[in-house]
Ligand binder design. Structure first.
Ligand SMILES: Nc1ncnc2c1ncn2[C@@H]1O[C@H](COP(=O)(O)OP(=O)(O)OP(=O)(O)O)[C@@H](O)[C@H]1O
Length: 303
């Protein structure tokens, strides 16, 4: 693999060049449009790619043999029944599993062509480039302003005007108008939906490339959920978004492509191990899935 860490000048240059070559990259699948008739490039650039990824927690195999790409400027949804390894795979996409005791990832995860788990790769830089928004909004016990400014400060980002950066991040997360007059107040004073948009703004503030979202609307009411979904579709133009959701309607509403996972019992170990059943355009997954298990899940016959 390239010896440069993500974030080094070489890698950034390579990334830019690779992105410019997006139209010549390997196609994920041929498709003229998505479920919502959004026009998409025929040959999307694959920002991330899993190849035969297996994840273990100690001796327990949580996920087996996942291979799939994640396209640039698209939303990819990971769906499937509880315990099939959606969050585990999501966390392997920015080395968040490194923080879990006993967790081990085998196989390859490539980010812009580079082995993310390769020697010399800095996991902190990986997580800056590939940010994560969690199920429960988790603002820091700080002011709204400091929640946004924290990441750029600790990562030593070269910032001309922190005030401008804070405003931009909050604007992109569709929160600025609601908080601009109370930036110095505690983030805990915001509603759950506002807190989640603050967490998205906080993620954006360190200028990521990819945003991972682990059931970001699970603790929100329907109105806050609609705002976050609207926000996702706006952010897609600038970022690559990967979302884990239990809500199939949500996947159908926002995702360009969808991956369906399930868990099967290993006859030898007795473990319930997650695996990827099918990955395709969201429209295809919902209207004409190739695998019976996908169809059963989509139609509510199982899971
Ligand atoms: N930190 C951990 N330590 C040990 N086992 C874990 C850990 N996290 C997840 N697991 C196990 O790995 C398997 C996959 O869990 P994971 O949370 O990835 O599934 P999921 O599909 O996201 O589930 P859900 O939809 O319920 O959130 C489960 O059997 C779970 O118990």
């Amino acid at each position: 693999m390239n010896s440069a860490t993500p974030g080094s000048t070489d890698t950034t240059k390579a990334a830019t060049e690779t992105a410019a070559d997006a139209d010549t990259a390997t196609p994920i699948s041929t498709r003229p449009a998505n479920f919502l008739n959004r026009r998409l490039p025929t040959n999307p650039f694959q920002v991330l790619e899993c190849t035969d990824v297996h994840v273990y927690y100690g001796g327990f195999q949580a996920v087996r043999g996942v291979s799939m790409p994640f396209a640039h400027n698209e939303i990819t949804a990971l769906i499937g029944p509880s315990g099939c390894g959606k969050s585990t795979i999501l966390r392997s996409l920015n080395r968040m599993n490194d923080l879990v005791d006993g967790a081990r990832v085998e196989g390859q995860v490539r980010y812009r062509g580079q082995d993310m788990y390769g020697k010399g790769v800095d996991p902190i830089e990986v997580r800056r480039r590939i940010g994560m928004v969690f199920q429960k909004p988790n603002p820091f016990p700080k002011s709204i302003y400091d929640n946004i400014a924290y990441g750029p400060r600790v990562t030593g980002m070269n910032v001309d005007s922190m005030d401008e950066l804070v405003e931009q991040a909050l604007t992109r997360a569709a929160l600025w108008d609601e908080v601009k007059d109370k930036l110095k107040q505690s983030a805990y004073g915001l509603s759950g939906g506002q807190q989640q948009r603050l967490c998205i703004a906080r993620t954006i503030a360190v200028q990521p490339d990819v945003i991972l979202m682990d059931e970001p609307c699970a603790s929100l009411d329907p109105i806050a959920t609609m705002r976050i979904e609207g926000l996702m579709t706006e952010l897609r133009d600038q970022y690559t978004i990967i979302i884990v959701t239990h809500n199939m309607q949500q996947a159908a509403r926002v995702a360009d492509r969808t991956a369906f996972f399930t868990a099967t019992v290993d006859d030898t170990t007795g473990d319930r191990t997650g695996e990827l059943v099918e990955f395709d355009l969201t429209k295809k997954i919902f209207e004409n899935p190739a695998d019976r298990r996908t169809e059963d899940y989509i139609t509510g016959r199982f899971g």
